[in-house]
Design a protein around this ligand. Sequence first.
Ligand SMILES: NC(=O)c1ccc[n+]([C@@H]2O[C@H](COP(=O)([O-])OP(=O)(O)OC[C@H]3O[C@@H](n4cnc5c(N)ncnc54)[C@H](OP(=O)(O)O)[C@@H]3O)[C@@H](O)[C@H]2O)c1
Length: 324
Amino acid sequence: MKTAAPTNPVLVIGATGRHGNTGEYLVRRLREEDRSVRVLARKLGERTEQLAELGAEIVVGDLHDRQSLVPALTDVDLAYFTYPIAAGVISAAANYAAAVREVGRRPRTVVMSMGPAHPDHPSDLGKDQWLAEQVMEWAGLELLILRVTALFHQNIAVLHAHSIRRDGVIRNSFGPNSASWISGRDAAELGLAGLLHPERFDGPVTYPLGPEGFNHAEIAEILTELLGRPIRFEPITREEWRQDLVELSGLEDAGVVNPSMAQHISSVGYTIAQNGPTLPADPEGLRRLIAREPLRLRDYLQANLDLLQPATGDGAHIAPAAPQ
Ligand SMILES: NC(=O)c1ccc[n+]([C@@H]2O[C@H](COP(=O)([O-])OP(=O)(O)OC[C@H]3O[C@@H](n4cnc5c(N)ncnc54)[C@H](OP(=O)(O)O)[C@@H]3O)[C@@H](O)[C@H]2O)c1
């Protein structure tokens, strides 16, 4: 393990994720860059032990408990803010902004955001994310907002593993249109670039694109080849998909799927189905920002086939946990 450079710690909020898991990857990369890192985590456990082994300092705190954020922000000049695709981002951002103001240091904050962060987006979480960012801006924070305009590879396991395993099908509301895709790892690389190389970005709010585009029928074809059994794509309406995901969220092994995510992603799919391929790919643009070769969706699928294999034995399913 490298010894940390004698700088104030970079605060990483959200490093124990089970979706894109951008925060944990970011901690690894910051340590490789010899930066000292402080992680804000809601509870101690195996995940925080692993982060501590990387050399990160762990501070227990919660974005919904403003007072708990104050000690984590002491002596911090750079911070990464991420919040899951779940309800509560507005109060999380407001608490963060209030704690920053109380500490009085005004760290430059890189916010992991999404393309749908817009006041009029049909996704409620898209509207919430936009408002959360407004709140941070009104509070006078120095921000770099990464509205990543691509779907994370990890969505395949998080949203579709159950139906792929059980019925050999991907069902959703994206229709035949393609979207751009990015690995959670490369979204984290954008976070790293935002923290350490802000000059690579055009302005305080940016819309990075993914390196390649696919529709879900094409993804089903790739899976058919990799899994050696037929996987098909079945388009369904926004409401049907929302209901499917709400039902999934009630299962014991639902992973991170929740009703707010159901409303969000089914609306994102609907928007793309209605408006055409609105998420173009831009491999060169991403390469320039992250200064490395982006990961491919096919490689993610190949590396995570075990999450998509049918359940054996008594029919119990394996939860899609912490996809890499
Ligand atoms: N999925 C996509 O296709 C996609 C595409 C573009 C952009 N994005 C953006 O990516 C972001 C999500 O990033 P991600 O995938 O890295 O997230 P993630 O894997 O879901 O991780 C979220 C982290 O936030 C922590 N957290 C949750 N509630 C908290 C609270 N109250 N206080 C402190 N920490 C809390 C979680 O900790 P616990 O372990 O305690 O839960 C976890 O460490 C979202 O803004 C989303 O819009 C996603």
